[in-house]
Each structure stands twice: as structure tokens, then as C-alpha cells.
Design a protein around this ligand. Structure first.
Ligand SMILES: *Cc1c(COP(=O)(O)O)cnc(C)c1O
Length: 381
């Protein structure tokens, strides 16, 4: 398997040199737009490219309002603040995620509660979520969802669309509505991924995108808050802009604010990258289908998009039969200059979250031990 896989990947990328997991591609107007911002002197947080980038994302995703921020973690932090998450609250998420999901809620003073992922999406399982709430929560006389043991408020549910594969949003939303929980989507990995024709990050009250260097498009560093209503979007813009009330010279700030605005310099890169998004998506889907046919009939299972979804195939991944074949695959590929990685260590095993509340995490554990990410940069773009 390993030698065949290494040869296959080298052939796909047509090179014997090092093959990274995911590298950015700048083949469009990136230079032109970035140079324009420098020549205009509007490199900072006000500028035409910020407005244009927000409009581009609004049009592409169909969200009511998109607010550009400095990175994906800041987008999540802002979304949690906007959702009314308070010190001591609980937020339900998955243990199988990148640490940024949990960092954002930790810095709101909230605690993560981990429930299992679904084996098909690798994201939050609506069944595990419903079961956890039935066993551990109740609605108090004000209709607020509380954790029965400690009486802490469970404020929100934050699923993550792992590697761009959408979670079962209808079912998760139904559970959220039943328990009066705010749905916030960590869509950092899923720009270009659709759930039943609807863009990920637009079903919940808020969604967060990331434009870090390894994501499907990049602004160097950057993120976007997707807001379900124009009104929430306007307030989101306001709080990311130090909550300053517009005035020609007075400094008045009407609530605690963030300085999270995306600089125009980064937004210029984002506008150019958006022009290439469709091309990236086509190329990545083609690459995914090649991996899929390579693994067909082996005991290595390629992670395909769920039947209800159209994924961006941001990072391709394969589930190995066991831990030792996983370790052998990772060692062999990396030694041959083909970069592969295991999935993140589960969040409840990190020192800051070891005491976290959680449900049964059978599939999270199963996937943690077996999944490998494969080189996924778009080819020929
Ligand atoms: C990339 C990522 C983020 C945010 O990342 P930033 O580096 O802060 O832009 C958040 N959650 C997940 C799951 C991610 O993959």
C-alpha cells in the first residue's frame, strides 16, 4: 500500500520534490490588488477591498451579512460574544476538532462540552447531541437550557464541518430549537461546501470562516463572521470595530468591543482569491475522486462527501484499518517527501480540557487513531 500510494501521489503532482499537505496558489490578480492597496495607502482596516470582500462572500454564501475579521479564531470569538455566551456557560462542540474551536469559547469564559461525531461526516452527531441533552439537561422555568448537575446554562452548540464535509445541519438545528440553544457553525474549513444546496455557515445564527494560509483560499491571515440577519451583522461589525459609535471626532464606545477588523491589505488578497475559488473547487474535487478510486477495494477507506452534501474537499483523508497501518503510512510517506498528517489529538485529552464534561466519544476515538490527511493542494491552477 505505502509504496503504491507514494508513487500515486508523486504522479498526481507530477514531481519528485517535496509535496506539502496544502499550499496556497496565487495565479490571478493577487499581486495587482495588493499593490493597489499599497499605492492607495489604504492598507489598514478601512478600504474598498474590505467592503468588496464582504460583498463577495455574501453573494457566494447567501448569508445576510458577512463581517471580515483578522482570523478564524476571532470570527468564532465574535460569534460567541454575539450569541450571548457568558462566563461560566457551557457550549457543546466536538472533541474531534482543531483547537481554535475550543480556544474561542474558552476566552469567552465558557466551558466546552464534548459530544461524539458522526462516522459519515466526521462532524458533530445530532444523535449523540440529542442523547447527551436528554440525559444531562433540562429546560428551566424561563425556558433556558441548563446542565442538570451543576445548573450551568448550556448556551450554544458549535459543530465543525471537518475537512469541509458538512454536518447534518437540519437534524442539529432541530435539536437546538427544541432545547433553545444557539447554533454557531465553525465553517473555517468549509468555504465552498454546501448542505442540501445551502452554504455551510449560513444555517446557524452565526458561522465562522477562516482564510489562514492552509485553507481553501487565503488572505495571509483572516476570517469572516457570517450573520443570519442584517441587524446582527451590523452589530457584529460594530463590536469588531471597538464598538465605537460613529461621530466626526468624539470617542464613545457603547459596549465592550474587539479590534478584530481585517486590514485592507489582506482583503485585497481575499478578493483575488475569490476569483479563483471555483477553479480550486473543480480541481480539488477531481483530486478527491482520484484518491477515491485509488483506495477503492482496499481496506483503507477514503472519506467521501456525505450523500446530502457537496463538499469542498479541502483536506483529503483516509481511514486506515488500525493504528499500526496508520503509523506505517505516515512514516513511509513523510520519509519519501510526501507530507501526510494524523488528525488532531482529541480536545478532551489536552491539558486545559481534561476535566471537561462529555458524552460517549466512541467514533471520535475511533477516527483519532486511524485517520490520515493526504496532500490536497489543487493541481493545475
Ligand atoms: C483553521 C481553523 C480555525 C480558525 O483558524 P485561524 O487560524 O484562526 O484562522 C477554526 N476552526 C477550525 C476547525 C479550523 O480548521
Amino acid at each position: 500500500m505505502n509504496t503504491k500510494l507514494i508513487d500515486f501521489i508523486k504522479q498526481l503532482y507530477g514531481t519528485n520534490e517535496f509535496i506539502p499537505l496544502h499550499a496556497p496558489t496565487f495565479s490571478g490578480n493577487e499581486n495587482k490588488y495588493v499593490t493597489e492597496t499599497i499605492n492607495s495607502t489604504f492598507v489598514s482596516s478601512v478600504g474598498a477591498f474590505v467592503t468588496r470582500f464582504e460583498k463577495d462572500i455574501e453573494e457566494y454564501t447567501g448569508t445576510a451579512k458577512a463581517v471580515a475579521v483578522v482570523n478564524g479564531t476571532a470570527a468564532l470569538h465574535t460569534a460567541l460574544y454575539m450569541s450571548g455566551v457568558k462566563q461560566g456557560d457551557l457550549v457543546i462542540t466536538q472533541s474531534l476538532t482543531f483547537v481554535a474551536t475550543c480556544n474561542a469559547l474558552y476566552h469567552m469564559g465558557a466551558e466546552p462540552v464534548f459530544v461524539d461525531v458522526s462516522k459519515t461526516s466526521l462532524g458533530l452527531s445530532p444523535i449523540a447531541l440529542a442523547e447527551f441533552l436528554e440525559n444531562n439537561a433540562n429546560l428551566n422555568c424561563d425556558g433556558v437550557c441548563v446542565y442538570t448537575n451543576t445548573k450551568q446554562v448550556i448556551r450554544a452548540v458549535m459543530p465543525m464541518h471537518t475537512f469541509g464535509h458538512p454536518v447534518e445541519l437540519d437534524e442539529i438545528l432541530r435539536v437546538c430549537n427544541k432545547w433553545n440553544l444557539v447554533l454557531i457553525e465553525d465553517a473555517a474549513e468549509s468555504l465552498g461546501s454546501f448542505y442540501k444546496g445551502v452554504h455551510t455557515g449560513t444555517v446557524g445564527e452565526f458561522g465562522a470562516l477562516s482564510f489562514n494560509g492552509n485553507k481553501i483560499i487565503t488572505t495571509g491571515g483572516g476570517g469572516m463572521v457570517l450573520c443570519k440577519s442584517v441587524k446582527a451583522g451590523e452589530r457584529t461589525k460594530h463590536v469588531t470595530t471597538t464598538s465605537k459609535v460613529p461621530h466626526p471626532y468624539e470617542f464613545f464606545h457603547d459596549e465592550p468591543g474587539f479590534n478584530y477588523r481585517m486590514p485592507n491589505l489582506n482583503a485585497a488578497l481575499g478578493c483575488a482569491q475569490m476569483e479563483s475559488l471555483e477553479k480550486f473547487l473543480v480541481s480539488k474535487r477531481d483530486l478527491a475522486m482520484q484518491y477515491k478510486s485509488f483506495f477503492k477495494g482496499t481496506d483503507f477507506q477514503f472519506v467521501d462527501e456525505p450523500a446530502y452534501a457537496h463538499s469542498n474537499f479541502w483536506l483529503n483523508s483516509v481511514i486506515c484499518p488500525d493504528v499500526s497501518s496508520r503509523d506505517e503510512l505516515i512514516t513511509a510517506t513523510n520519509q519519501s517527501g510526501v507530507m501526510t498528517r494524523p488528525i488532531w489529538q482529541l480536545m478532551h485529552k489536552l491539558p486545559m480540557f481534561t476535566d471537561s464534561k462529555r458524552g460517549d466519544l466512541y467514533y471520535s476515538e475511533f477516527i483519532e487513531k486511524r485517520l490520515v490527511n493526504l496532500p490536497s493542494s489543487p493541481i493545475g491552477t
